[in-house]
Design a protein around this ligand. Structure first.
Ligand code: AOF
Ligand code: ZN
Length: 368
């Protein structure tokens, strides 16, 4: 695997780009597994394609091998992630590739999942297959940033989503917030929700806005409903709101000493507090233990500000409506510890586009 990216040809790049696009088809369904795509090529002709659709079902390589049939013999397989060498929910892809007579495997990157982590490449090489890795690695990392976050950092990738006015307000002083952004923006949010293992909010938002925190996509688009997570230190909302309906499971996270006023069937779990507030890192670690890769926070200024202050935010998604709500309206983040310019929170714009009449911005914290 000594290949440097420059050792790959233009054709190799085109095939990996194709595999990455295939992988993305699993965006709403593959979790907790990563999105993976595979293209099988025989003498510069694509003979098989596949992607990982659902955990428990065939991996990308197996789908592509099935598609290629006998034409996989002597072919090159382009895969967006190191083929697995372990028996998990399904048998190892390495054995399927070896069995089909694949001659060369080109991967975008190593799979950091502890049961794979180089063992897939080693097994293929041992079987005499030519192996190269590192082709379009940056794109492959970006694609599965949430899965890698869970595996490498032990916590999910965290995105805060907010619908705001041009002057950065999320609601009027009365709490009224329906609606600041356009229907087009609210429909666009559904796709970001569908990628997530969990949608997280706070007790205050459940009481004030009564969100459903479900995914509404056009009929026929398959997705796995994300877990709804309510941070409710005192279990004040456990009997309330749309989050109690059976459209998706809901998990309440509360302080160790909280007692519900009566017995509820809702799933709940205690995490430590710093005396008053839940330990947000402990919350995320708990979600990672439950195999949640990606979390979208849709909450008020208190919780959003607390995640930001704790340095736990990976991404911010803003829908900016061309309206002004004035300085009595509610701000986006409470409690940021900013005294001087040097304390300012620096962000980088990763993507910007128009959604209907609104502007959509995707930002990431500037590190260092
Ligand atoms: C691959 N190809 O398409 C995917 C891989 O429990 P399993 O059998 O579903 O295996 C899950 C692990 O396999 C997952 O955590 C990740 O490391 C890897 N995913 N590997 O060779 C694929 N989706
Ligand atoms: Zn596999």
């Amino acid at each position: 695997m000594g290949d440097t990216p420059s050792a790959f040809t233009v054709f190799d790049h085109a095939m990996m780009a194709r595999a990455l696009r295939l992988a993305e088809r699993g965006a709403f369904t593959s979790r907790p597994n990563p999105m993976v795509g595979c293209v099988i090529v025989q003498e510069q002709e694509v003979v098989g394609e596949g992607w990982h659709e659902r955990a428990g079902e065939a991996h990308a390589e197996v789908m592509a091998l099935r598609d290629a049939g006998g034409r996989a013999y002597g072919a090159t397989a382009y895969v967006t992630l190191e083929p697995c060498a372990h028996t998990g929910r399904t048998p190892p892809c390495t054995e399927a590739l070896i069995g089909a007579g694949i001659a060369r495997v080109v991967a975008a990157m190593r799979d950091p999942f502890p049961k794979v982590d180089g063992a897939g490449f080693a097994r293929l090489q041992e079987a005499g297959i030519q192996v190269a890795s590192g082709l379009m690695e940056a794109q492959a990392r970006q694609l599965n940033r949430a899965f890698f976050s869970r595996v490498e950092r032990g916590r999910p990738w965290l995105r805060i989503k907010q619908g705001i006015s041009l002057d950065g307000r999320t609601a009027l002083a009365s709490g009224e917030s329906k609606w600041i952004t356009s229907p087009q923006s609210r429909a666009d949010v559904q796709r970001w929700r569908a990628r997530c293992g969990a949608l997280l909010t706070g007790a205050g938002t459940v009481l004030a806005d009564d969100p459903h925190l479900t995914v509404r996509l056009p009929a026929g688009v398959p997705f796995t409903p994300p877990l709804r997570v309510v941070l409710d230190p005192g279990l004040a909302t456990i009997a309330r709101g749309h989050v109690r309906d059976d459209a998706a499971p809901t998990l309440y996270i509360h302080a160790p000493d909280a007692k519900p006023s009566r017995e509820f069937s809702a799933q709940r779990i205690a995490v430590a507090t710093d005396g008053r507030n839940l330990d947000l890192l402990a919350v995320l670690q708990e979600l990672a233990r439950r195999e949640i890769n990606e979390v979208q926070v849709e909450a008020g200024a208190t919780l959003a500000g607390a995640f930001l202050s704790a340095g736990l935010v990976d991404e911010l998604l803003f829908y900016v409506a061309p309206v002004l709500l004035g300085d009595r309206a509610r701000p986006m983040f409470d409690g940021l510890p900013i005294q001087a310019m040097v304390d300012r929170y620096e962000l980088e714009v990763c993507d910007e586009r128009r959604v209907g009449p609104d502007l959509r911005l995707l930002l990431r914290p500037r590190l260092g």
